[in-house]
Design a protein around this ligand. Structure first.
Ligand SMILES: NC(=O)c1ccc[n+]([C@@H]2O[C@H](COP(=O)([O-])OP(=O)(O)OC[C@H]3O[C@@H](n4cnc5c(N)ncnc54)[C@H](O)[C@@H]3O)[C@@H](O)[C@H]2O)c1
Length: 335
């Protein structure tokens, strides 16, 4: 018999980079965790430690189809997050965000569960305001190659707030900015993983444009802490709330730091900028600080060291990952 006082938590996209860290954090807090994933970009390898836990259950399911389970809380993270993965099958990406949100919100309404949505800084598009506050409505191209992700996530936010207004559902929406750490996929085309893999292999580091575009990088443990705090916050606080690291660095500075930390002979090469690549992206986290008492703690150098150690193990074969079928043979894209 299960303990009825124990919270049952559903994590969609739980086999992915962020989802697997979230599952571990929730298990450590004594929650019963049901992880749902279709393994589009996630892998069972990411869940190796969670799978040893008696309170953990894994279910293969695609969130674009309805799900009937009994849970108290839902964290909706299912969606490919890197451009190379979400542009591979853009129609499926929009369906995952929109149909996935409809199905998970429907489930939350039926079982009266609190529901979290992993939204993204991409809802701000190529911002004309810096840093971005939550009240900025964004500057998004509705017909570009990134639109499946950006507009899908914007529509999901709309659905969350309409379920709140129409059905009084307890919702929590976080706009997540660039996050990095162990379990990022080496071929996901994100700038941190690209640079680390290239540096560890002694290959040229490809910087797009002049490398002066800025990014801000949040270490995964900080981000997961923010998500959990948001879920625990008062029901009146719905978000959207930015979660990310406001410390900005240029892409060139990042490349140089990674070369130094890897002790790599790699040199930097410059290539043309991809379309719709934002020039600057930086969160204003005043709201998260005030409402959640949250701010990132792990400095970039320290987070990169831990991430490099992970990729080093991965590349030298001490940690084996099995690539998801759908992303095999996808070439490295621009970050
Ligand atoms: N990592 C970041 O920097 C970042 C930034 C902003 C937002 N986010 C959001 O956070 C969430 C998790 O991102 P991540 O970095 O862990 O990405 P990820 O690709 O590692 O994880 C996504 C997971 O969702 C699963 N998935 C995809 N489509 C699905 C479907 N239709 N049904 C069931 N499962 C499905 C994948 O198999 C994978 O396990 C995503 O919603 C993403 O948009 C991430």
């Amino acid at each position: 018999m299960r303990d009825p006082s124990r919270r049952r938590v559903l994590v969609t996209g739980g086999a992915g980079f962020l989802g697997s860290h979230l599952c571990e954090k929730l298990l450590a807090a004594g929650k019963e965790v049901l992880c749902v994933d279709n393994f589009y970009t996630g892998t069972k390898d990411n869940l190796k430690s969670a799978m040893g836990e008696p309170l953990f259950e894994l279910m293969r399911h695609d969130v674009t189809f309805p799900l009937y389970v009994e849970v108290d809380e839902i964290y909706n993270l299912a969606c490919p997050a890197s451009p190379v993965h979400y542009q591979f099958d853009p129609v499926q990406t929009t369906k995952t965000s929109v149909h996935g949100a409809i199905n998970m919100l429907g489930l939350a309404k039926r079982v009266k569960a609190k529901i979290f949505q992993a939204s993204t800084s991409e809802v701000y598009g190529d911002p004309t305001v810096h840093p971005q506050k939550e009240n900025y409505w964004g500057h998004v191209n509705p017909v570009g190659s990134r639109s499946c992700y950006d507009e899908g996530k914007r529509c999901a936010e709309t659905l969350f707030f309409d379920y709140r207004r129409q059905h009084n559902l307890p919702i929590k929406v976080a706009r997540i900015f660039n996050t990095y750490g162990p379990r990022m996929h080496p071929n996901d085309g994100r700038v941190v993983s690209n640079f680390i893999v290239q540096a560890l292999q002694g290959k040229p580091i490809t910087v797009y444009g002049k490398g002066r575009q800025t990014r801000s990088f949040c270490y995964v443990s900080d981000l997961i802490d923010g998500i959990v705090r948001l879920m625990k916050s008062d029901d009146d606080f719905t978000g959207p709330v930015n979660l990310g690291n406001p410390h900005e660095c240029t892409v060139q500075e990042l490349a140089e730091l990674i070369i130094e930390l890897c002790g790599s002979p790699s040199r930097i090469v410059f290539e043309p900028l991809p379309s719709d690549d934002p020039a600057r992206r930086c969160p204003d986290i005043t709201l998260a600080k005030a409402m959640l008492g949250w701010q990132p703690k792990v400095p970039l150098r320290e987070g990169l060291e831990r991430t490099i150690e992970y990729f080093d193990g991965l590349l030298s074969g001490s940690r084996k990952t099995r690539p998801a079928r759908s992303r095999e043979n996808i070439p490295l894209p621009p970050p």
